[in-house]
Ligand binder design. Structure first.
Ligand code: MN
Ligand code: MN
Length: 320
């Protein structure tokens, strides 16, 4: 009798074919748009003209995919074989329009539709942080306002830049205004760097966001901050957005608006691992600009973080 259960999708086995061979999808997953039975889909959103400083995030998805060849399927700290739990594909890139952020938002909402409607969790690779607004529109249309865990050295809650209200520095304010975020369940971790004035942080706090600046994170430590984050997010749907500039540019130089004095890659991994059990409905990893990278270090950090996100989803599947 023919097996009618949908095919499970997993990376090419690197013990059978070396990791440097084949086409560069994320972790060498199959590039598929048929989402039957798929639990999670990696998707590129290479839009980068929402930036206020360096461009080049359009090349982020390709660079992160290339670096992700190195990643392995078993996660020893969590004790889980990710692809025994999840069927995962690389969906490819969405049809963004360079220089036109509104058209790119429309393409993002449309492109994310089939992924979300299939019940798969999207893991997006940016692109600049402006893309997150489009993703949140798509996610909130299905789940209502979501909790937000935002790793970033910037609050991205400015009103506008040069009169432009839709940029990588304003997406979070717009998302709150549009009712996409449940602000009582939102937290920004890693805020640091010079500002235009005290009103910048005060403005973010007055929107209802809980800010955990880098200074506070490093003083209290990961183990002290995690329970607070978990309690604030609680049991509802949550979106995790990770701006790579959360991490110190010594570890992740390939980005657009770097801020020195930040947490290490190790701190970031421990924070993300501590989020197991939360009800994630989407993830993104943004602001990787390969042009400013060295030795693929930033791309590898980014790919490794997406691997950590997949591990969180695998744990959800296994343990509920
Ligand atoms: Mn950002
Ligand atoms: Mn940032």
């Amino acid at each position: 009798m023919k097996d009618l259960s949908p095919a499970r999708h997993r990376p090419v086995d690197a013990m059978k074919s070396p990791r440097f061979t084949g086409i560069g999808t994320f972790m060498r997953l199959p590039h598929l748009r048929d989402l039957t039975g798929v639990d999670a889909a990696v998707v590129g959103i290479p839009f980068d003209t929402g930036v206020t400083y360096r461009v080049g995030g359009r090349f982020g998805p390709a660079a992160v995919r290339e670096a992700s060849r190195l990643l392995r399927p078993y996660h020893p700290e969590h004790g889980i074989e990710i692809f025994d739990q999840l069927s995962v594909v690389d969906f490819g890139d969405l049809a963004v329009v360079p220089g036109n952020i509104q058209a790119s938002y429309a393409a993002t909402v449309e492109g994310m539709g089939p992924i979300l409607d299939a019940g798969a969790v999207p893991l997006a690779i940016g692109g600049d942080h402006g893309i997150t607004l489009g993703e949140l529109r798509a996610v909130a249309a299905r789940y209502g306002p979501v909790g937000l865990i935002d790793f970033d050295s910037h609050t991205d809650t400015w009103e506008d830049y040069w009169g432009e209200r839709y940029t990588h520095g304003t997406w979070c304010k717009r998302a709150i205004e549009e009712g996409l975020i449940d602000v009582g369940r939102a937290v920004q971790i890693g805020i640091r760097g010079g500002l235009y004035g005290p009103q910048d942080r005060a403005g973010a706090s007055s929107l209802g966001l809980r800010l955990i600046p880098t200074e506070e994170l490093l003083r209290r430590g990961v183990d002290d901050v995690l329970p607070e984050v978990r309690e604030r997010i609680g049991g509802g749907p949550v979106f995790l957005t990770f701006d790579i500039d959360f991490i110190d540019p010594a570890f992740a130089p390939g980005t657009g608006t770097p801020e020195v004095g930040g947490p290490s890659t190790r701190d970031a991994l421990r924070l993300v691992r501590g989020l197991r059990g939360l009800d994630f409905k989407g993830f993104d990893l943004v602001e990787v600009i390969p042009t400013y990278d060295h030795g693929e270090v930033t791309s590898l950090v980014a790919g490794t973080l997406i691997h950590e996100f997949l591990a969180l989803l695998a744990l959800l599947h296994r343990d509920g």
